[in-house]
Write a protein that binds this ligand. Sequence first.
Ligand code: E4P
Length: 219
Amino acid sequence: MKFFADTANIEEIKELAETGLLDGVTTNPSLIAKTGQDFIKTIENICSLVEGPVSAEVTALDHKMMIVEGEKLSKIAPNVCIKVPLTWDGLKACKALSSSGININVTLCFSATQALLAAKAGASFISPFVGRLDDISGNGMGLIEDIVNIFNNYPDTLSTEVLVASIRSPLHVLESAKLGADVVTVPPNVLKMLASHPLTDKGLSSFLADWEKTGQKII
Ligand code: E4P
């Protein structure tokens, strides 16, 4: 399973990229606004830090302008992936841009039928938002299960990767992996939580206390 960071913060991305565990980055207009930085320059910077796909979202609502914006954003770097919303216009733009070889991430997906349409429109990634569904008492992980099952029924014709978005906790990551989702995009704080366990901390401090008693050094 691939791990993307769900942030536009350069410092956070730098730190995560240094681990060698980062496969890509997703941004959206809200995450860009949070940085207070120039959109194009931010995407350019992120693309220089990460080899994998970096999602940059169009803001036009009609498909013709989405295509113009998508073409402009795709020229920033070879690893830019254009994000379009899951609307009729977004699907049309997805079809047109993906047909010209541009990678598309269709975002704001909340149903399996929406995901199916995005796959048919040639999306490289479909982004179902699990946290926002859970927030309104929906079943985020149930949606992932449906989409993974549906895509698995058509291995020869549907190659879209399921990118689990709007992740709120390590449990969302665990469930995504169990269901066979292709990618998770995770806020940096949640990504770090994946590595921590109280028994690891406890075990390490008792190992170090015992090591101290030996009076030895490795180097
Ligand atoms: C990712 O592509 C989405 O933009 C993101 O995961 C949304 O997450 P949120 O629901 O926490 O804003």
